[in-house]
Every structure is written in C-alpha cells, then in structure tokens.
Design a protein around this ligand. Structure first.
Ligand code: XIL
Length: 336
C-alpha cells in the first residue's frame, strides 16, 4: 500500500511513545510518516525524577534516537501545559500554593524559564544545535490549551495555575524563553529561527473557542511575542462538519503565522459497526481534501493505530488493532 507521506505534499506526522519505535509499530511509523510528535515523553512531568531533578527519560532518548537515525522530523510537545506538569511547579517549599503576588510570579517564571532552558540545552547537547543536520527538532508546542472553553472571561483564557499566578503574561514569557533557548542560544550558526514556535489548542473548529483563540494570537503578535505557528489539535468526531475544518484554517490566514493540524483523530459512536468504519473513511478523505487546499506546516494523527489511541474504544485512527489499514487510511492516501 502507498505510504501516506507519498500521497501528501506537506509533512505528515504521528504521535508515538517509545514503544512505537520498535517492532511492527516502528516499521509502520517509518513507512507512512515523516514526522513524529512525542505523545507523552516530552510533557513537563516526564522530564523530572521524584526529587525534582531534571533527568531526561530513556523514553525521550529512544524517541530522539529513532528520529535522528531514521531522518524523521520531531514536533516537540509541550513546554507549558496546565496538565501533566509536576505539582511542585506551582508550590512553595512548604508545599503550599504559590501566592499570586510578586514573589509567586518570580518563582514560577524562573521555574518556567529553567524548564525550557533545560529541555533545549539537553536536546542541543545530545543531538546538535537546532537547525543543524543531526538535530531533528523542527517545531515545538510552546503553550498547550491556554484558551478557555467558555466565554465568561473577556481575556478568553483558561484559569490554570499559570494564569492564577502570572496572568496572560505566562504565554508571553513561555514564547520569549523558548525563542531565546531554541532559536538564539542553541541555534546553528547562520540558521535563523530553526524551531517553529507553536501555540496549540483543541476545538478551534468551533465558533466561540475559535474567536478566543484568534483574538489571543492577534494580541500576542501585536505585542511582538515570537509566535510562529498556530496548531489545531482537531480531536474530532463524525458529527464535526467538514466545513468547520476549512473555516478554522481560513480564519487564521489573515495572521502572519504558519498552521499545523497537530492531533487529528475522528471518534466513532459505540458499538462500532462496519458501516461507520466506512463512513469514517469518507470523513478522513474529506478532511484531507481540506488540508490539501491549505498551506500546512504539517498534519499529525494522534496515534499509530486504534488500540494505542487515548480514545481506543472509539476507533478514531487510520490503522486497526492488527495494524491493518482501515478505510480511513484509504481516504487519506488514496482519496480517489
Ligand atoms: C494524551 C495522550 O494521548 C495520553 O496518552 C495521555 O494519557 C494524556 O494525554 N491534548 C493534548 C495531548 O495536547 O497531549 C493529549 O494526549 C490529548 C489531548
């Protein structure tokens, strides 16, 4: 069967953990994809041991070695997130919540800066400077899911611990620290901005969330925050209108950013029937028709196969539990 990457003129990615770097899942990854996103191993909590020491995991190393050895691009995920982050980030030495005052701000912003610096420094030390031939990192989700799900606050931002302590500034700071670390301190000489810095969120195909997301990116750019890219997670279901995908990508084309589809999957209602699996093939075909009509930095599916999906029961991906191609695969790779 045709490699998916041969059927598309933009890079196509897959989210994997280290177990997908070996065996048949490893082979399937290499056959079909030219980019990987670490599904879990680059999340803030994954970098620290129980004593709060920065200690890159063997899983993170396995993913990076796999990418370097096989010429895969790596889309990093993620530096700042309200979830999968150690609790101590937001606590003082006694284990109490950091105060939302100058002291709390100083502590949390320093922790964020240290975290970003340590990740970038480790990657550059072990895989070469960013933008050099040996370093696979091409992009990073700097902030993940900072937009609110509901409209009650005029700023449209999620009430996370980061927001409570730093306000909207947590987003500016994350991008400034990441830009310095990835694109200045550890960039290969002569290469400008080798790592595209993304903001990433879900439900950007839905009206209210899309408005809040777009307004935020516009504010960031107006303040010269170094945002290069807007990520659309696209965790979808069969009831998502295809036109809304087009709408989401159209919406941000007025801004000087690149766009990526970062976490695509399409859930089915349970119990799953063959008819639904076929409909899902048409859904993927139509979604990728939209993607082909836009200029994308990359499009990534959130998992190699259904049983490895975070939504496994709803069979949302391109390959089944036996790693066999589903109609969804044919919709993407062979859309005629
Ligand atoms: C999910 C992973 O797929 C799971 O394995 C993990 O248990 C929880 O996180 N939005 C994101 C991703 O940005 O990081 C999430 O990934 C899915 C939702």
């Amino acid at each position: 069967i045709t490699p998916i990457k041969d059927a598309l003129d933009f890079p196509v990615g897959v989210a994997i953990d280290s177990r997908e770097t070996v065996g048949n899942p490893g082979k399937l990854t290499l056959k079909h994809f030219d980019q990987i996103t670490p599904e879990n191993h680059f999340k803030p909590e994954a970098w620290y041991d129980a004593d709060r020491n920065f200690r890159p995991s063997s899983d993170a190393i396995a993913l990076m070695d796999f990418a370097r050895d096989n010429d895969l691009r790596v889309y990093g995920h993620t530096l700042l997130w309200y979830a999968q982050t150690p609790d101590w980030f937001f606590q003082d030495d006694a284990g109490n919540p950091l105060p939302a005052d100058a002291t709390g701000r100083a502590v949390l912003s320093q922790r964020l800066k240290d975290h970003i610096n340590k990740v970038a420094n480790w990657l550059a030390t072990n895989y070469g400077k960013f933008g050099s031939a040996t370093n696979p990192i091409v992009a990073f989700d700097v902030v993940n899911e900072v937009v609110a799900d509901t409209p009650e606050n005029p700023d449209g931002l999620r009430r996370s611990e980061y927001f409570r302590i730093l306000g909207e500034d947590h987003i500016d700071l994350a991008f400034q620290y990441a830009d310095q670390a990835f694109n200045v301190d550890h960039a290969a000489s002569g290469v400008t901005r080798p790592v595209k810095l993304f903001i990433n969120d879900y439900n950007s195909e839905q009206d209210g969330k899309q408005d809040r997301y777009h307004a935020l990116v516009q504010r960031l750019l107006a303040r010269n925050v170094p945002v290069d890219g807007v990520g659309h997670q696209m965790h979808l279901s069969m009831t998502t209108p295809i036109s809304s995908l087009d709408g989401a990508l159209d919406r941000f084309e007025d801004l000087p950013v690149v766009q990526a589809v970062t976490e695509l999957d399409v859930t089915l209602a349970t119990p799953i029937t063959q008819a639904q699996t076929i409909d899902q093939g048409y859904f993927y075909r139509d979604a990728f028709k939209v993607f082909r009509e836009h200029e994308l930095f990359s499009a990534t599916v959130w998992g190699i196969n259904d049983t490895r999906s975070w939504r496994a029961e709803q069979a949302p991906l391109l390959f089944d539990g036996q790693l066999q191609a589903k109609p969804a695969y044919y919709g993407v790779a062979d859309p005629e």
